[in-house]
Design a protein around this ligand. Sequence first.
Ligand code: ZN
Ligand code: FE
Length: 258
Amino acid sequence: MTDVLHARAFEDNYIWLIRGKSPDRVAIVDPGDAEPVLAALEKQRLTPAAILCTHHHGDHVGGVEDILKHYKVPVYGPARERIPAVTRKLQDGDHLDLPDLGLGFDVLDVPGHTAGHIAYYGAGMLFCGDTLFSAGCGRLFEGTAEQMLTSLSRFAALPEATRVYCGHEYTEANLRFALTVEPDNADASNYRERARALRRQNLPTLPSTIGLERRVNPFLRSGQAGVRRSAEKQAGRALVSELEVFAAVRRWKDGFRG
Ligand code: ZN
Ligand code: FE
């Protein structure tokens, strides 16, 4: 099985290192900072085969140029965003083959957090940047609620066992909000206990799975009656469509201080 290592950057960013068939080669996902990546590569005697970017934000691409000074590798990124170091632009429907790793990924356009955000799906894994977080989703910086709902619905349709690698460790704070929206969600309370225990040991709560997210993530549950009732109470009016519910829950979270 493919294993995925990580380096941490800034407060709560994860930089994923995907190891394929050869034990010493990795693909680097979203290196916002070069220093922790270079340290991890050296310490674990790994050589990068490629860099994969999901979107243009500095905390995801800020380390690319410095890594390239040490390793000449191809850089993959979204066709619809300007990331100068990208050598191959990818868009929805493209397939990315990484023969050095024995891995391939399908590319999904998932606008919402940024206008050109992409995700990589392959080998039972999803690298979704800042689109989907465990028990949450990215803020709508450049996209609309409708785009984000469509993007998240595509993720929700992936197999339940799909392992989900997000760009940030936000799980505990997200679960506080999720349990405010759905106080009776037993899966979310159980997950909160597991997440707390992991974080106490300074371990990642990730990867999550699509199956778990479908049970606990309010942003994948805007079609559920309980989520709609909470969102209506918060908004103070009836919300008729799933999109209205989703947009209301997203706005609610924007102002949430739990
Ligand atoms: Zn971002
Ligand atoms: Fe980010």
